[in-house]
Design a protein around this ligand. Structure first.
Ligand SMILES: [Fe+2]
Length: 128
């Protein structure tokens, strides 16, 4: 059964989907079950993936990696999202973009989870 807000990947074609409403079924692509992506929460390789959060007067700025992550054609951050009090703010990227985003938030709103997806290294998550 697909997990609510779970991110699933097809290991054949590379399709990635996020479940926004769990209906109870399983996800298949290319004739195979899609694989739930468990978020990584600790750095391990040369590139840095964990989101870095900075509060700004208007909201919050998120950078992907303590050292900016590569944004090349074959290796880049596809999206990042910030979960705040029942809302989810998401930004999509393409190669060449800067891997950061700023979201306008009320000062009393506290981000709870930041996640990002690298097309090579998968899903990363920072709980706050
Ligand atoms: Fe990466």
């Amino acid at each position: 059964m697909a997990e609510l807000y779970g991110v699933y990947k097809c290991n054949v074609c590379g399709n990635v989907v996020k479940v926004n409403l769990a209906g109870g079924g399983n996800l298949f692509c290319c004739g195979q079950p899609m694989v739930l992506q468990r978020p990584k929460t600790a750095e391990g390789g040369k590139e840095k993936h964990l989101p870095v959060l900075e509060r700004t007067p208007e909201g919050v700025k998120v950078k992907v990696g303590s050292v900016p992550h590569p944004m090349e054609k074959d290796h880049y951050i596809v999206w990042l999202e910030v979960e705040v009090d029942g809302c989810c703010y998401q930004r999509f990227f393409k190669p060449g973009d800067e891997p950061s985003a700023e979201f306008l938030l009320k000062s009393e709103w506290q981000p709870k989870v930041v996640r990002e997806y690298c097309n090579v290294h998968g899903l990363w998550e920072q709980r706050l």
